[in-house]
Design a protein around this ligand. Structure first.
Ligand code: HEC
Length: 95
């Protein structure tokens, strides 16, 4: 999955699920589903704004990851464009 595809999915995500249960994989049937949000300039911009608001404090606004010293967490956050390769669109859409 590309980062801009994640951005288009953000409005549909159950944020608590994503923020507090990060080590998830959707069931196979859900993981195979495709992104229901058409990729457009508007949907990507909307997702970027949500990412900056909800995720950027831990992942950095460009999603490159941050150190635990920067976030105050007990581990560094991963570089998402690298890690996203292990997830499908359906994985992210699953609630
Ligand atoms: C409170 C800090 C925090 C916030 C806020 C946060 N994350 Fe994370 N995220 C983390 C940490 C820490 C990890 C690494 C977890 C691990 O390696 O076990 C992570 C990992 C991830 C991963 C990798 C999961 C995997 O299986 O590879 C994704 C994708 C992700 N976050 C997306 C998001 C999105 C999208 C948001 C906003 C909706 C968000 N995160 C908000 C701290 C946060």
């Amino acid at each position: 999955m590309k980062l801009h595809t994640l951005f288009t999915l953000l409005p549909t995500l159950l944020f608590q699920n994503l923020c507090f249960a990060h080590s998830w994989m959707a069931p196979e049937i859900e993981a195979q589903k495709s992104n229901p949000i058409p990729i457009s300039t508007e949907s990507v911009q909307q997702g970027q704004a949500l990412f900056a608001e909800l995720c950027g404090s831990c992942h950095g606004t460009n999603a490159a990851g941050m150190s635990k010293e920067e976030t105050g967490l007990n581990k560094d956050t991963p570089n998402l464009p690298t890690r996203l390769k292990t997830h499908t669109d359906g994985d992210f859409h699953w609630e």
